[in-house]
Design a protein around this ligand. Structure first.
Ligand code: HEM
Length: 431
């Protein structure tokens, strides 16, 4: 009879929740002591942590059937995100993913390119005029405007601002305690209602007059059996996509800008790669920038926006000789798997060359998750981030302002503490 994994449950009920939320080295310390699989108790449940390519592969791929997404997250997620991909499982999840996927891949991406490019150019002009600003906040506005315009066809800045404020309120409720009087959760639910009311109107209007936005594609989406998404499904999925589709991209862009400001040699090589292309930037060009791809891999490795993913254990399983009972929570670690010296020598060093000609071990770079629940917005996010990067490299310079903390904060997404204050200028000899 095999044993439970090593580790400790901590105090009754609260377990090690505070250490988990407050100590960025929580996983690292326990990994060093116990290895790839260890137990704890967080958020009121016994939990198993799984670190490293093999453990992550088990959770995301080979042992996939032992887990659900829904049971791994607090109830607040289900209430705030409704019946969307994040909380769907099995056949329902597969069906919805099949119907949504075309709106974020292939021909659809090509159609979004011009809108993305136009919005990026608008912000580049704004940043040039502003000269000094906090880049995290600016990237957030830009990525939200891109998402709301491409996903929903949002027409003007006032409407975008209104939606963005509602999203900020909604997001504040994910880790709130719904049962506490005055909890932020109640305002979040109100924001959800307001967002749904807005989506109702837009869906009606797109049914009458379809456009090129992702929402129109979701409305028209049909699988091989002629099955379509219902009105409620479209509404809930659209809300999730907007939620999932901007803050993550914002944090990776922020770290990209920070790392390049600190590594002038890498910046120079990346600029030189851009100089081999004609102007303007095209979709085809973006697929031919191997050095920029190396940079993005390294930014994803060192600064994954999502530190890990949670699951509920619905079927007991064994891993590495340990037994994990049903009803536990499981977490796969993205952040720390990316910093294992066995996978990445000198893991804390930003080293773009480690991606040159190396064959990657499966489930060792997992910033977008993996397996059948891999991020549905991966291709969209990579397109957006590469396009912004190519513009910055071709025509702009930026330097970090003094008196700011660049230390990472971890919640809700990993970002430099003061939001990355920069001075931004157009390059004299840009191209
Ligand atoms: C840099 C940008 C992004 C990063 C790092 C990222 C990261 C992730 C990760 C790690 C997961 C898996 C979570 C898990 O296994 O528990 C995920 C899932 C997901 N992401 Fe992203 N994401 C990004 C951008 C986007 C965008 C732009 C969209 C929307 C278009 C999006 C929509 C989703 C959805 C809907 C899922 C759930 C998929 C499912 O369960 O089938 N993400 N993302």
């Amino acid at each position: 009879m095999s044993l439970l994994p090593p580790g400790k449950f901590g105090l009754p009920f609260v377990g090690e929740t505070f250490e988990f939320l407050l100590d960025p080295q929580f996983v690292e310390k326990r990994y060093r002591k116990h290895g790839a699989v260890f137990k704890s108790r967080i958020l009121g449940k016994p939990a198993v942590f799984m670190v490293g390519a093999e453990a992550v592969e088990f959770l995301l791929s080979t042992g996939f059937e032992n887990f659900t997404w829904r049971d791994g997250y607090p109830e607040t997620f289900q209430k705030l995100l409704g019946r969307s991909l994040f909380v769907q499982e099995g056949e329902e999840h597969r069906r919805n993913r099949r119907l949504i996927m075309p709106a974020f891949h292939g021909a659809a991406l090509a159609r979004y390119f011009d809108t993305m490019d136009k919005l990026i150019n608008k912000y580049l002009v704004k940043w040039e005029q502003q000269y000094e600003f906090k880049w995290f906040d600016e990237f957030k506005q830009l990525t939200f405007e891109i998402a709301s315009q491409i996903f929903l066809g949002t027409a003007n800045s006032d409407e975008t601002k209104q939606l963005s404020d509602l999203f900020a309120t909604l997001t504040a409720g994910f880790f709130a305690f719904p049962k506490l009087p005055g909890s932020k959760f109640h305002q979040s639910m109100k924001a959800r209602q307001a967002l749904l009311a807005h989506l109702d109107q837009v869906i009606e209007s797109r049914r009458e007059h379809p456009t090129d936005d992702a929402l129109s594609l979701l409305i028209q989406a049909e699988d091989e059996n002629g099955d379509r998404l219902s009105h409620t499904e479209i509404r809930d999925q659209a809300l999730l996509l907007l939620f999932a589709g901007h803050e993550t991209t914002t944090t990776m862009l922020t770290w990209f800008a920070l790392e390049l400001a600190q590594h002038p040699d890498v910046l120079e090589k990346a600029r030189s790669e851009q100089s081999t292309f004609e102007h303007p930037i095209t979709l085809d060009q973006l697929s031919k920038m191997p050095y920029l791809d190396q940079i993005w891999n390294e930014v994803e490795r060192l600064h994954p926006p999502v530190p890990g993913g949670f699951r509920g254990v619905i079927k007991p399983f064994e891993f590495n000789g340990y037994r994990i009972p049903q009803g536990w929570m499981a977490q796969y670690s993205i952040y720390f798997t990316h910093r294992l010296p066995e996978l990445y020598p000198n893991p804390d060093v930003f080293d773009v060359d480690r991606w040159k000609d190396t064959k990657q071990k499966p489930f060792s770079l997992i910033g977008f998750g993996g397996g059948s629940r891999i991020c549905i917005g991966l291709a969209f996010a990579k397109l957006e981030m590469k396009l912004i990067a190519a513009h910055l490299l071709r025509n702009y310079t930026w330097e970090l302002l003094p008196n700011q903390s660049l230390q990472p904060v971890f919640i809700p997404t990993i970002r430099p503490k003061d939001g990355l204050k920069v001075r931004f200028q157009r390059q004299q000899e840009g191209f």
